[in-house]
Each structure stands twice: as C-alpha cells, then as structure tokens.
Design a protein around this ligand. Structure first.
Ligand SMILES: NC(=O)C1=CN([C@@H]2O[C@H](COP(=O)(O)OP(=O)(O)OC[C@H]3O[C@@H](n4cnc5c(N)ncnc54)[C@H](O)[C@@H]3O)[C@@H](O)[C@H]2O)C=CC1
Ligand SMILES: O=C(O)C(=O)CO
Length: 325
C-alpha cells in the first residue's frame, strides 16, 4: 500500500508508517504542490496524509475517489468537503486534543504581546528608537481581573481559559453552540449571547472552527459592539474575521488591539497595515508548532492512515472509514 505525504512530517509519524510496511513518498519542495499535479500524483497512491494547506474540495475528492483516506495533520477540517468525502466513501481523519495546549499558549502569548505592544517595541529597538525611559510612553493594558470572552469554548478555548484564570484570575464568559459544563465548573464560566460577550469582554478570543456560520463573524458590526479598550485574539482561522473591518476598527479606536495567528489569506503580505500597528501582534500560523505537539499530531495522522488501510475505525474521524473489515 502506498501513502503520499503533502509536506514533510516529524520522524515519529514517518517511522510508524514505515514500520507498518507502507511505501511512502513525501513532497519536499519549498512550495506547495499545485493542486492538479497533486491529483495526478495521487492516482498512484492508496492514502494521502495532508500536512499542509491543501484544498480537499469536491473536484479533488472526485478525482481521487480511489483513496481510502485523507488523513489531516490538523484538527481543523474547513479545507475539506466532508459531504463529498462521505458520499464517495473516503475516510477523513484529524488530530484533535494533542494540540490544544500549544495553540492556547499561542493565544495567550498574542494576548500579552498585544496588551504590552511587545512586537512593536521589539521592532523599535531594531530601528534604534530606544531613546530614554519615558513615564508616559509605550503604555499597555493590564489583564488582571479583566473579562475574557471565548467564542467557541471547545478544547482549545478551555485551555485558553485555564491559562487566563490561572495567571490573571480573569472572569470567563463564553459563547458556544452548546453549554460547556466542564468550563462552568472549573472556571465559573458563564454562557452568554454573542452580543453580550462582545459588550462585556476585555479580551475576545476566538476558538471556533471556520464554518459557514462563523465565516466573517467578526465584522464591522461585531467590532462596533466591543469596548474601545478591548483586544481581539484569533488563533482559529483567518476567515472568521473580516480583515478590512478589523483594520478599520483598530484605526478608529473602536477596539484597542489585536493578536492574530491566522489571517486571510495566508501568508499575510509583508506590507499589510496590521504589521505596522503598535497594538497588534501577528504570528505566521504557528499555534501548534512545538516539537512535542507536532510529533503527537504526526503520530495520530499516521495511525489514522494505518487504521484506514487496515479497514479499522480511525483514532479520530471527521468522516468514518466505511470499508471496515
Ligand atoms: N492556530 C493554529 O495553529 C490552530 C488553529 N486551530 C483552530 O482552532 C479550532 C478549534 O479547535 P478545537 O478547540 O480543537 O475544536 P473544538 O471542536 O474542541 O472546539 C470548537 C468549539 O467551537 C464551537 N462552535 C462551533 N461553531 C460555533 C458557532 N457558530 N458559534 C459558537 N461556537 C461554535 C463548538 O461547539 C466547539 O465547542 C479548529 O477548528 C481550528 O480551526 C486548531 C489548532 C491549531
Ligand atoms: O490543527 C489545525 O487546525 C491547525 O491549524 C494547525 O495545527
């Protein structure tokens, strides 16, 4: 059986695949393989491990209907047409849980960096602008006892709440599809409407999946309901906020600052105005990028491939394997 990997993955995952006797090939070029070329290559493979931003749409899936599994090395699956995969009998796996702590760390880092203008200060030193200690310059915001509003309180949102409560005793409110009893018990988190969350939060941190309902959720209307002293954090997907509206909200002082690990498009252009705003911190989608987490993600993604090819249920399924033994 042959497995194609769309971008090199940690050795722990490769080893599992090799030890299972699978024949593997990895795309190692310094650019993403063009979609049509990838589809052509995949005609020779039984499974694909998607370890990069590949658009697994209906055209892709119909062109690769022989695949037993699309194994994502990510928890997010907004790049996959899951309805088409289900209809075509192609299993889809993902890697939830193991990346929650690392991604919440990135959200926490962005919150602190934006609140103290840290990335901007770093650039100012490089520019030679560290002149003197000024009692009225470079002032940031403190987080102690403030209100954290989490939109999408699932696994990563929970870890973010844990950090903010532990470090700053922040009050947690949340907006979610369902009640999160564990968070209510652990942090006294209170479920509120989306508008209440916007109006009451000092920090709004987004942790939902990108879906038709959450696409562009943070637009001019949403930002207008936030406090002028508030900070917007997005480590979910860039499509959840409208970038032009975010820039306008920051420029007009409608909100105070922002921290982004995800943008739309990715990569962000080097001349994007957000990169020159003092109260904004941007990272290049590195939420899950720690050695331990990427190893763990690679292992799950590899296991899902092995399970699908062995006609067994996946460890983590977005679309379950219908070809069970
Ligand atoms: N920056 C990065 O490197 C990473 C980003 N992510 C993103 O984070 C997202 C969340 O991951 P997890 O916490 O593991 O997922 P999860 O499924 O545990 O949590 C998502 C939460 O959002 C809620 N939700 C979904 N639609 C909603 C809506 N319309 N309104 C309110 N709440 C809604 C769900 O009920 C759930 O509680 C992923 O889908 C992915 O896009 C994940 C990992 C790394
Ligand atoms: O897992 C995801 O969804 C990511 O964005 C990368 O870890």
């Amino acid at each position: 059986m042959k497995v194609y990997i769309t971008r090199n993955i940690p050795e722990a995952g490769l080893k599992l695949l090799k030890d299972a006797g699978l024949d593997i090939a990895v795309w190692t070029e310094n650019y993403h393989q063009p979609e049509e070329e990838l589809i052509k290559v995949l005609q020779q493979y039984d499974a694909v491990l998607v370890s990069g931003p590949v658009k697994v749409d209906r055209h892709f899936l119909e062109s690769c209907r022989h695949l037993k599994i699309v194994s994502l090395m990510s928890v997010g699956y907004d790049n996959v047409d899951t309805e088409a995969a289900r209809a075509l009998g192609i299993a889809v796996g993902n890697t939830p849980g193991v990346l929650s702590g690392a991604t919440a760390d990135a959200a926490f880092l962005l919150m602190l960096a934006a609140s103290r203008k840290a990335f901007h200060m770093h650039k100012e030193i490089i520019r030679g602008n560290w002149n003197f200690w000024d009692p009225t310059a470079n002032l940031g915001l403190e987080l102690g006892g403030r209100t954290l509003g989490i939109v999408g309180l699932g696994k990563i949102g929970f870890e973010m709440a844990k950090r903010c409560v532990g470090a700053y005793d922040m009050k947690v409110i949340y907006h979610n599809r369902g009640k999160n009893e564990e968070a209510e018990k652990a942090f006294g988190a209170v479920r509120v409407s989306f508008d209440e969350l916007l109006e009451q939060s000092d920090v709004v941190s987004v942790h939902t999946a990108l879906t038709p309902e959450t696409k562009g959720l943070f637009n001019k209307n949403a930002f207008s309901k936030m406090k002028p002293s508030s900070i917007f954090i997005n480590t979910a997907r860039g499509g959840v906020h409208n970038e032009a509206d975010l820039i306008a909200a920051l420029e007009s002082g409608t909100i105070w600052g922002a921290g982004l690990d995800v943008t739309n498009p990715e990569p962000m252009a080097a001349d994007n105005p957000l990169l020159n705003m003092p109260n904004v911190a941007v990272l290049p989608h590195i939420g899950s990028a720690t050695v331990d987490t990427r190893n763990a993600m690679a292992v799950i993604a590899a296991k899902n491939v092995i399970l699908a090819l062995g006609k067994r249920p996946l460890e983590h399924a977005v679309v379950e394997n219908i070809h069970l033994a």
